[in-house]
Design a protein around this ligand. Structure first.
Ligand code: ATP
Ligand code: MG
Length: 689
């Protein structure tokens, strides 16, 4: 069998791809760690490895592939299929389609938990709470315990959830988490303990899992050796990309599935670790080799294939200033005379203009919009740019930014599906019942209590006398739940049934019901892309789809569009041209992330991740002032900004520094023949320098 695809790889990459292949029948290779810098071909190598395994007879249904987003998993699937097709021809399509176990840790966890639900004492109809639902439930419990009233200054629901989440993900005791991460809450330890115990009870009684539970339950499940053996036995190969961003639970899950490490491949780069706020730890990479006996093989890659030499030099410069780092500097053969640009602009409006002009110039030079991306530290940084792009009719897609998912009407419709699937989901039920005229929080609470006490909550609901003022709405509500639950209409038609029920309420509650209806129709279209209600609800919660400028009235011309993305969502990807917004102190490092050295170091790695996304051209833009977050036109507050501390003067040599617009015209002199006597504008500007 020809292996032409191997010839494109360098020797180290090929070693990684061929590792453990060609052993006698039935033998699987030992554990493998690929640790290497950005753009060195880690993901590419992983895709080739999966393809090579399949080409050499591995059953794709027995391959578990975990990446950090669904998009990354889908992209990996496509690459694998492409390679397989080259070698296997038509048979490949069937085989790569069967790569059914490619996804995120959380998504795969949810599927396995549903499969094994009866064996671990949970109901397979569990629903998943997103962060907001979790905070709502935490709040309900907090009120029930009376902490929010009797204890003044008790931590907010968000803080309570953050502490809980940190403790779960890092597997550290509460006092430790409080001491190291939330010292100002340490005096509430006793109450928090009680709160969390009740929160866990509430989730179980309501048959809901939160984001963290997916890992926690998965880890608990495979803590049972028989189940671990069974699930581990389903997969001959388990491969994980971006391993630097996994936490202890994830590492524990992998070792439980593959205690001897056979068939296990993990890939990562410690310099790109950017999820420690979710308790991810680079220790996972560093400890990986010694976890197994015999120890894992380690392959390092040092050649970067992505970026030009000047871009790489600047990125290396930034990361060299990091306190701690294990991977070495990268080198590349891609020479270029173009240094990355560090551009100073006045404010965010100029920043948006600058980027739009550059993007259009690139497009005129033949670079498609899709080959260009604008990155930012935090999602709201792109607001001004989005407005400008819309005004200039430039189509764009914002990764993970589907804002309408947060809007009340979309949440209502999703709650209907969720409550039908899991009638114990109190947050969903509470939300829905209060849509009905004549049903307030107290009635809803009473109904939910009665449902909770019954082994058949929906039957119980049907038997409860309708609240006096709810009338026909009550029956319609129950009919809808039953029809969705029994799946009579089939998926995705049942979402249409839920919408038909919801529409009268939509019209009653919202004046702009027609506009909102368009969102609901769009949600139905999105739903059609998922195989089942469970998968739709799960995946929408875990990994929201991308927002397009279509929603702002700008069509996605010829499927070509500019990419807007947070740095976190840009992980693993690359573009010919990359623009980084707001490269100023306060944005990167973020104001919120300057509490400790560890946090600042993580912000530095974020900038490194952003810079290493660029192949040919990189622009870091630094506005001299910007508006602080959360201030609207009425209360805008300017902040005068300085260049990010991660680019100190010693690194300026790596950049071409410029100001934009290049030279200010002498404004007053521009009027016919009248000479300027005093440049008041310049004086005013000078006051701040
Ligand atoms: P990141 O750390 O950002 O996730 P990575 O190490 O996963 O990066 P890839 O995305 O796999 O790197 O590869 C970066 C680029 O280099 C891709 O365009 C890929 O096609 C290219 N590439 C990788 N290996 C080779 C090779 N041997 N020859 C030519 N191009 C390569
Ligand atoms: Mg990668």
């Amino acid at each position: 069998m020809s292996a032409a695809y191997l010839e494109k790889l360098n020797d180290r990459q090929r070693d990684a791809v061929e590792h453990g292949i060609g052993l006698p029948e039935g033998k699987i290779g030992g554990p493998l760690l690929i640790i290497a810098g950005a753009g060195s071909g880690k993901t590419n190598t992983l895709a080739h490895r999966v393809a090579h395994l399949i080409v050499n007879g591995a059953d794709p249904r027995r391959i578990l592939l975990m990446t950090f987003s669904r998009r990354a998993a889908a992209e990996m699937g496509r690459r694998v299929e492409r390679i397989c097709r080259q070698v296997l021809g038509e048979r490949a399509g069937v085989m790569a389609d069967a790569l059914a176990w490619a996804g995120t840790f959380h998504g795969i966890g949810a599927r396995l938990l549903r499969d094994y639900a009866p064996e671990i004492g949970i109901d397979p109809d569990f629903t998943i709470h997103d962060r907001e639902d979790s905070a709502d439930l935490m709040n309900i419990v907090r009120h029930e315990l009376g902490f929010s009233k009797t204890e003044s200054r008790f931590p907010t629901k968000g803080t309570c959830l953050a502490i809980y989440s940190r403790a779960v993900n890092s597997q550290q005791p509460l006092d430790e988490v409080l001491r190291t991460g939330f010292p100002w809450c340490a005096s509430w330890e006793k109450q928090l303990r009680e709160l969390y115990a009740s929160y866990v009870d509430a989730k179980q009684a309501q048959n809901v899992l939160d984001y963290d539970d997916l890992l926690l339950y998965w880890a608990q499940m495979v803590g049972e050796p028989v189940i671990a053996g069974e699930i581990g036995g389903r997969f001959d190969h388990v491969l994980v990309d971006e391993y630097q961003d996994t936490n202890r639970l994830q590492a524990a899950i992998l070792t439980a599935l593959k205690p001897d490490g056979r068939g296990l491949t993990v890939v990562g780069d410690d310099a790109q670790s950017i999820y420690s706020f979710r308790a991810a730890t680079v220790r996972n990479i560093l400890d990986f080799p010694a976890t197994f006996t015999p120890a894992a093989d380690i392959i390092t890659l040092e050649r970067n294939y992505r970026s030009t030499q000047p871009i790489l030099a600047a990125a290396n410069g930034v990361i060299e200033l990091a306190r701690e780092r294990f991977t070495k500097n990268l080198w590349t053969e891609r020479q270029s005379a173009e240094r990355p640009r560090l551009v100073t602009v006045r404010d965010e409006a100029d920043q948006a203009n600058y980027i739009v002009e550059q993007v259009l110039e690139n497009r005129e030079g033949g670079m498609r919009l899709k080959e260009q991306a604008v990155l930012f530290r935090t999602s709201h940084h792109s607001g001004t740019l989005e407005v400008e792009l819309t005004r200039r009719n430039i189509p764009f897609v914002k990764f993970g930014g589907l804002k309408f998912l947060d809007s009340a009407h979309v949440k209502d419709l999703l709650a209907a599906l969720r409550f039908a699937q899991n009638p114990r989901d109190r947050v969903a039920g509470f939300r829905l019942m209060q849509l009905l005229p004549g049903v307030g929080p107290q009635t809803a609470g009473r109904v939910l209590d009665a449902m909770a006490a019954d082994p058949e909550p929906l039957t119980a609901l049907a038997e409860i006398p309708a609240p006096p003022r709810a009338g026909d709405n009550w029956t319609a509500f129950i009919d809808m739940l039953q029809s969705v639950r029994t799946g009579k209409a089939g998926w995705p038609a049942e979402i249409g049934a839920a919408r038909a029920w919801y529409e009268p309420h939509l019209h009653r509650i919202h004046e702009d019901a027609e506009v909102r209806k368009a969102d609901l129709l769009q949600l139905e279209q999105i739903a059609a892309g998922y195989p089942s209600r469970e998968r739709f609800l799960t995946e929408l919660t875990l990994d929201p789809p991308d927002a397009t400028s279509d929603q702002a009235g700008v069509p996605l011309l010829d499927e070509d569009y500019l990419i807007l993305s947070t740095i976190h969502s840009a992980k693993g990807q690359e573009w010919k041209s990359v623009f980084m917004l707001n490269c100023v102190d306060g944005c990167i490092p973020s104001d919120l992330g300057v509490g400790s050295t560890a946090e600042i170091e993580e912000e530095r790695r974020l900038l490194y991740v952003a810079m290493t996304r660029a192949r040919d051209s990189l622009h870091l833009v630094t506005p001299q002032r910007f508006f602080t977050h959360g201030q609207n036109a009425a209360g805008d507050r300017h902040v005068y900004a300085s260049r990010s501390r991660f680019i100190p003067a010693t690194l300026l040599q790596f950049f071409e520094c410029a100001a934009w617009p290049a030279v200010k015209p002498a404004v007053a002199g521009a009027r016919e023949g009248r000479a300027m006597r005093v440049d008041v504008g310049a004086r005013m500007r000078g006051m701040w320098r």
